[in-house]
Design a protein around this ligand. Sequence first.
Ligand SMILES: CC(=O)SCCNC(=O)CCNC(=O)[C@H](O)C(C)(C)COP(=O)(O)OP(=O)(O)OC[C@H]1O[C@@H](n2cnc3c(N)ncnc32)[C@H](O)[C@@H]1OP(=O)(O)O
Ligand SMILES: CC(C)C(=O)C(=O)O
Length: 388
Amino acid sequence: MLHDPNRVYVFDTTLRDGEQVPGCQLTTPEKIEIAKELELLGVDIIEAGFPVSSPGDFQSVVEISKAVKEPTVCALTRANKGDIDAAVASLQYAKRPRIHTGIGSSDMHIKHKFNSTREEILERAVEAVKYAKKSVEDIEFYAEDAGRADVVYLAQMVEAVIAAGATVVNIPDTNGYCLPDQYGSKIKFLKENVKNIDKAIISVHCHNDLGLATANSIAGLQNGARQIEGTINGIGERAGNTSIEEVVMILKTHHTLGLHTNIDSKRFYELSQMIRTQMRMPVQPNKAIVGANAFAHSSGIHQDGFLKMRENYEIIRPEDVGFPSATIVLTARSGRHALKFHLERLGYTLDKEELGFVYNNFLTLADSKLDINDQDLQSLMAHRLVKN
Ligand SMILES: CC(=O)SCCNC(=O)CCNC(=O)[C@H](O)C(C)(C)COP(=O)(O)OP(=O)(O)OC[C@H]1O[C@@H](n2cnc3c(N)ncnc32)[C@H](O)[C@@H]1OP(=O)(O)O
Ligand SMILES: CC(C)C(=O)C(=O)O
């Protein structure tokens, strides 16, 4: 069913799973602004909300459906008619509507959330897909907590929902439990044992409770999944979701994987800043790809290597993700090459002896001051050794 077997579809859930984060709730106009940016980024699917959850979320899905043209607009539901009816109504203006319905698939959820049995849950899953299919062609089914589900039962569920009309089957590691090889093996098993699997796309939706969301998503893609679900900045329930910028840049960096997306990665940094501001959720400075220090070189050995050839210490070019530029930060761990670089930038050319003198003064200052700025350098130069 896929035209290009190496194309990975990007499903953004910043406005749904991301927005579940305490303090990150957005107004409809804010969501529309973000949705338009996601469209420019090139995401294939925008999960716009959970329409039954509140009148505001319902209206957001309506307005996002009107505001974007290219991406599929998706609405989340539980496996019941009321949720699905609300989703159908909210998607009435979407050019490409998708309903994302599903139910728990692990014995933990079946017994302790639903007080039910595998058989009953399988029936509810199939009924929900069939019901949604009456109104919308594109149906994604999520097998919640698939990371902890018995793989044989999971395969039965996946086969049944595809037969009922699901076009995408989402295998979420809802609790961020799996190791990459376990998650990859689960996807491989489904690919090899579900007899109608070629009629649907397998999607990966991973959480970051053990810091493995991105690694697990990649393992899923390596084993046959072709849709990845995630958020900008990795925000999401608890420890967050897979970070879209990480997955996209992994695929771009590792050509041997042979996979590609439609994402314009040069937009990542700006969008990350926008999400940070609008959702009031700071980005950790060491966050891969978009963190403030992602391209900051601060120790002498690295700075020297970077100045000789940037690829010594950069596997991604900042411009490829729209990051303003790499920086050489002067600290007490910097060496003479970094100091010389900054002094030359300010117009000073020093010989070895002069540089050594200024460097010693620089170290004394840097031991007591965290951030050495241009003004500090000017002041150090005012006291430099002047040769006769
Ligand atoms: C895996 C995910 O769904 S991630 C998305 C999580 N996002 C959210 O929960 C945000 C939106 N949620 C909400 O606004 C509310 O929880 C609502 C409107 C959906 C439901 O609210 P309430 O009716 O008050 O129920 P509450 O949230 O307390 O409990 C959830 C109910 O849904 C049931 N449920 C949970 N998941 C599913 C599912 N996938 N399919 C069918 N029923 C489900 C639970 O068993 C429980 O039912 P019960 O009352 O018979 O025990
Ligand atoms: C709705 C589903 C896909 C989800 O968010 C999860 O399982 O984590």
